[in-house]
Write a protein that binds this ligand. Structure first.
Ligand SMILES: *Cc1c(COP(=O)(O)O)cnc(C)c1O
Length: 468
């Protein structure tokens, strides 16, 4: 077999046909998978065949066998965790990224994807109102975007007190105090662990989960003037609430702290004229992390890190090996590998470029506004269900509801998942069992909201029976 066009034709045609069938099934199919990973183990596993198989037949087998084990995450009736669907242009671009197979580490050998990612990065900085000239890196998700921003922070705050992290590592270094809101996302703690910074100091939050400014000021004052990093949040996974970023950043900067914002899904509020008021002073931070695979609706996986001071990011992430073409140097455009933890990488920014190019400025705002409108409709519908209570102020895309005591809320959640018309995850928030609804899919429409509320009403009715 040669790598001619023909070698790919049959496999791509097969993949395309199965992809279309999958996408076509989304409007009506039940959301949950019909089997579990253990059930699929014998289908995909067993001994590796001794010899080769026809590529198109492999793709056919793969798609047919996988279908019962696929969750309809791109369905307009999927509201679990914070997920997001896939815009058509982003999916098309993602296919091309695979076909092009560019190693997107450097500008010189792969100019097209480098230029596309630079354009996408500049658009994001512009849309979110972040400082012009900030560096943008495309990574796997917000966990790694947080890690990357915080790596720049770590090196920078240590350099300010005369500690050479590159030469001496963290052993014997001045302790960096990391302050986070008590309702930060758990992956922030993970990023801090990866960075050897230990457990952060949790600062008290208010009833919506927003960091309290008085508590932040107090914690900073108590800590003296050693190196410090303050992590703020744009979008709480339970309430959708936003930390008072501008005010908190001003307080943190008075103490010489680096300010990082985890805005995995919420940062996109800044792209909407109607929602921008949720993130006043956003540009005053030093680094930002977000996902493109959540609110922006590109396929998995794509996270974005933005750092205001390009030198800080490049110093933390750059590598200099003799077989690489040397980067342009300070002042010039960075090679992609200077802005992310990886060297070899997929051109993750290309689907972002396509999503933004297809939406335009008004389309991005419309996308975010639409999610929030749907979340509000969902909240209203839930509040109208007998015994239900919406626990958060629905300012963005998240709704947290209870259906009486913890036991009944859990029963309603179970009944909803059994019904299969819609998918929402259970959680605990502020000491209570909750049903979490995250409206993150561009394709969710009025019919989806109505069908999902109907499923929830059925679930609430069924969950009531044992108590009567
Ligand atoms: C989803 C999420 C993360 C983690 O992002 P991944 O893309 O899953 O790595 C971090 N913070 C917040 C607020 C999130 O919603």
């Amino acid at each position: 077999m040669s790598a001619s066009e023909d070698a790919y034709d049959a496999a791509l045609d097969m993949a395309g046909a199965h992809a279309r069938a999958w996408l076509g099934s989304l409007p009506d199919r039940p959301v949950p998978p019909r089997t579990d990973a253990d059930g699929l183990a014998p289908v995909f596993g067993g001994p590796l065949p001794d010899g080769p198989a026809d590529p198109a037949e492999v793709i056919d087998l793969l798609a047919r066998s996988a279908e019962p084990g696929l969750m309809a995450m791109p369905s307009g009736r999927f509201y679990g965790w914070v997920i997001g669907g896939t815009l058509p242009a982003a999916l098309g671009a993602d296919w091309l990224v695979s076909a092009w197979d560019q190693n997107a580490a450097m500008r010189y050998p792969t100019p097209a994807v480098a230029a596309l990612e630079e354009a996408a990065g500049a658009w994001i900085v512009d849309l979110l109102g972040l400082p012009a000239g900030a560096d943008v890196g495309f990574v796997t998700g917000a966990t790694v975007a947080n890690f990357t921003g915080l790596a720049a922070a770590r090196r920078h705050v240590l350099a300010r007190v005369g500690w050479n992290l590159d030469a001496d590592g963290l052993f014997g270094a001045p302790r960096i105090r990391v302050l986070v809101g008590e309702e930060r996302h758990e992956t922030l703690d993970l990023a801090l662990r990866h960075l050897g910074l230990g457990a952060p100091t949790a600062v008290a939050a208010d009833e919506q989960g927003r960091i309290r400014l008085d508590a932040l000021a107090e914690a900073l004052e108590a800590g003296g003037d050693g190196p410090a990093i303050v992590c703020l949040q744009a979008g709480n996974v339970h309430s959708g609430a936003f930390d008072p970023i501008g005010e908190a950043a001003r307080i943190a900067h008075r103490h010489g702290a680096w300010v990082h914002v985890d805005g995995a899904f919420g940062l996109w509020a800044a792209a909407s004229p109607g929602l921008r008021h949720l993130v006043p002073g956003l540009a005053g931070a030093d680094s930002w992390a977000t996902d493109a695979h959540k609110t922006l609706n590109v396929p998995y996986d794509c996270g974005v890190v933005v750092v205001a001071d390009p030198g800080a990011l490049r110093a933390a992430m750059g590598v200099h090996a003799s077989y690489l073409i040397e980067p342009a140097g300070p002042g010039g455009p960075a090679d992609p590998f200077e802005k992310v933890p990886e060297l070899s990488r997929r051109a993750r920014g290309v689907p972002v470029w396509a999503a933004l190019r297809s939406l335009g400025r008004s389309g991005v705002a419309g996308l975010v506004d639409g999610l929030v409108r749907n979340a509000r409709a969902m909240a209203e519908g839930i509040a109208a269900i007998d015994g239900a209570e919406v626990l958060n102020d629905v300012v963005f895309t998240q709704v947290c509801a209870a259906f009486g005591d913890d036991e009944r809320t859990a029963a309603v959640t179970r009944a909803l998942l059994e019904d299969g018309s819609a998918w929402m995850s259970g959680s605990r928030w502020r000491g209570r069992a909750v049903l979490r609804v995250s409206v993150s899919n561009w394709s969710t429409d009025d019919a989806d909201i109505e069908a999902s509320l109907a499923a929830l009403r059925r679930a609430a009715q069924r969950a009531s029976r044992p108590h009567r």
